[in-house]
Ligand binder design. Sequence first.
Ligand code: SF4
Ligand code: SF4
Length: 314
Amino acid sequence: MEKVIFGNTGIKVSRLAFGTLTIGPWQAEMPVKEGAMILREAFDSGINLFDTAQAYDTYPYLKAAFNKQTGYPHLISRSYAYSYDLMKNAVTEALDETGFPEFLCFMLHEQESSLTLKGHRGALEFLIEAKKHGITRSVGISTHKPDGVRAALEEDAVDVIFAMLNKEGIGLGEGKLEEMLGLLESAASCGKVIMLMKALAGGHLFREVVPALEWARDLPFSPIIAVGMQNIAEIKVNTAIFSGENIDRAMMEKTMEHERRLHTEDCQGCGECVEHCPFGALSLRDGRVHCDHSRCMLCSYCARACPHFCLYVT
Ligand code: SF4
Ligand code: SF4
């Protein structure tokens, strides 16, 4: 498994990171034991970097998978907390609920512009202190937008930028792929660690896993790429791509058996979820929510917003 040094932490991490959203309650809804087994399989296959978030509700899987005996992989988490105290609570919760001794990075979740970052100043101040105390080795932001990267470029305290990017520019909006690439290249040349999410566009590129991941892997700024995985076949194929190994054809076919999508069949029509979709994929029609699957990135933000638990991804 190809490894890189994570910024100035001196820590070596796999360039393929495991995104845990896909195993948790908002997507596959795996029992904790089963999800923990998938995480262990990924760890044993050479992935030593795992990505979670307060909003993913996947801390119990990490706690069940790793302990002092098994050894801990490196962990990234993030929170929407905007104030100092809320972020302090979020970090304390993450430590308690994962059982991990520290974070490689703790991030501000979904920072879309300099205004968003300004509104989260208190939370950022707490993370800067947490880094000084060794609770987190670095501080980062995640973003879906070029303006989020721009904001992070101007903020010295941000060590890591976790951005949405895939070879088709899906989810970014028209004409934004080149802009995002240029900004990330600049950020990398300023010494920021670049991580990518949605390299498979939330499943849209599921028939193009190899070219999509190779494209991201071979970008000139050598990003770390977080990919959500739900089964052994996906782990085998993805780790092969990042290890320069031949891809097992049977495993490859297995990964293409099932196209993931957002299910809306149980909708009760309250409309609450529509404004929570950052990609404009949801609308209300005839008293029910409608999903434009060509825009849906399977991020599950809407699922968390539904008061009736009607939305899920399988
Ligand atoms: S519809 Fe839901 S899962 Fe799809 S992009 Fe919007 S918020 Fe994310
Ligand atoms: S929040 Fe839930 S019930 Fe309300 S419109 Fe969305 S899916 Fe339907």
